[in-house]
Design a protein around this ligand. Structure first.
Ligand SMILES: NC(=O)c1ccc[n+]([C@@H]2O[C@H](COP(=O)([O-])OP(=O)(O)OC[C@H]3O[C@@H](n4cnc5c(N)ncnc54)[C@H](O)[C@@H]3O)[C@@H](O)[C@H]2O)c1
Length: 411
């Protein structure tokens, strides 16, 4: 609507300009033939004034054009014919990981549907594609069935950070169980291949280190994280039940901690918390001793892993993460060092319940079966993320595009 209105505005301004120009020049010619010199001088002044007004109108026109949605300025996408262009559904595609996956699939020339209820995702994350002929956004809660015709489903819809999934634990369980049944049902009906975004949280607080896919985990079924951990474990169980019982073509990615641009500023995850605290010169807060370890992967590495898994013939769960392990203390110091001029102190607060002490993926399956391994160094990935949050914190106007173009964050 906005585009149509904007377009109509520009067309009318251009028509007025042309008409005005024509009338002015015709008047100028006819009167310069008939009138004495004084009259010619007066008309010259009028012509100058008219030209000034035209220049003003032209400036206004350029300003209006600049404010129009970037209808025709999409990045170049690969051309595919109907034979090899897939119809791909990304649930949770307006979220952090989903939006980067959407960028990759769109650039690769596929037709992409996003289904999202905007609980933690935003339209801004995917606004770079709104209006593109291969893109469609469906405002939908996956706890309800969805009827679409698709070839592949990346099922990512679920809150992912502890404050978000603990906000409404029952809804988190429904999203991961009922929602996953709905998506597996859709895959069954349409014979689509479906990739379930599972998590390293299925390993709970692991007693085996690093964690291979064969490890069954150590999860507290009634703890505060259980709504998410057990929800994802059931999602995996459902995937293999549909696979065995109905032949649904499933892929399961066990995703380890991921960071990058478009993370929620207030999702309470380690990287976004530390980066924002360092940028705002506030104390960097570590829960517990800080000796607990994590391994973080940059988001474009994860997206490459998900796409490779979807393409592969491997149906068992696959860990997708970066095996480089660091203590939370060393992460805090690194982030502060990467934010020039940050005077943030590092402070410790009491540990949170059921916080895993060690987390590091064994990625030999991904290397062997997908030929995949992460390639982005922590310094490079953090620099990109810090740059994003710096822009985001400095944003003061809704019209500013904060989430960058589709290729900007691929490292
Ligand atoms: N980011 C990580 O470090 C990480 C780690 C392990 C697993 N994962 C998994 O990857 C997926 C994406 O995570 P993320 O970090 O992008 O999280 P996110 O919160 O940014 O994105 C999740 C998206 O799902 C949508 N959503 C939530 N409930 C929904 C529902 N009922 N119906 C429709 N949409 C719904 C949200 O609005 C959001 O857009 C999640 O399944 C998460 O469990 C992420």
């Amino acid at each position: 609507m906005r585009e149509m209105f904007g377009g109509a505005c520009i067309i009318s301004i251009v028509s007025v300009l042309l008409l005005y120009n024509k009338v002015q020049s015709e008047d100028a010619i006819s009167s310069s033939l008939d009138e004495p010199e004084v009259e010619v001088a007066r008309e010259g002044r009028e012509l100058d004034e008219a030209n000034t007004r035209i220049k003003l109108l032209e400036a206004k026109l350029s300003e209006l054009e600049a404010r129009l949605p970037r209808a025709n300025s999409f990045p170049e996408t690969k051309f595919r014919t109907y034979r090899d262009r897939k119809r791909i559904l990304v649930t949770g595609g307006a979220g952090f990981v989903g939006s980067h996956l959407v960028d990759t699939l769109m650039l690769d020339g596929h037709q992409v549907f996003v289904a999202d209820n905007y609980f933690t995702g935003t339209r801004r994350n995917i606004e770079q594609w709104i209006g593109h002929e291969n893109f469609e956004m469906v405002h939908h809660d996956i706890v309800n069935p969805l009827y679409l015709e698709v070839d592949e489903i990346y099922h990512l819809a679920s809150p992912a950070s502890p404050p978000h999934y603990m906000y409404n634990p029952v809804k988190t369980i429904k999203t991961n169980t009922v929602g996953t049944v709905n998506m597996l049902g859709l895959a069954k009906r349409t014979k689509a291949r479906i990739l379930i975004a599972s998590t390293s949280e299925v390993y709970g607080d692991p007693e085996v280190h690093p964690q291979p896919e064969s490890y069954w985990g150590n999860v507290n079924p009634i703890g505060p994280r259980a709504c998410y951990d057990e929800g994802k474990r059931v999602a995996e169980t459902l995937a293999y039940a549909y696979h065995k019982q109905s032949g649904v073509d499933v892929r399961v990615a066990r995703i380890f901690n991921t960071y990058g641009p478009r993370m929620h500023a207030n999702d309470g995850r380690v990287v976004s918390n530390f980066v924002i605290q360092a940028l705002e010169n506030k104390p960097i807060t570590i829960y517990g001793s800080g000796e607990q370890t994590r391994s973080f992967q940059y988001v474009s590495d994860l997206v490459a892993g998900l796409v490779a898994l979807m393409k592969s013939d491997y149906t068992q769960p696959v860990n997708i993460g970066n095996p480089e392990e660091r203590s939370i203390n060393s992460f805090a110091a690194l982030i502060r060092d990467l934010v020039p001029g940050s005077g943030s102190r590092i402070v410790h607060k009491p540990a949170v319940e059921d916080d895993p002490q060690r987390r590091r993926p064994d990625i030999s399956t991904a290397r062997r079966e997908l030929g995949w391994a992460p390639s982005v160094s922590i310094e490079k990935g953090l620099a990109k993320t810090i740059e994003y949050f710096r822009k985001e914190l400095g944003r003061s106007d809704n019209s500013e595009k904060h989430n960058g173009d589709a290729t900007e964050y691929v490292l």
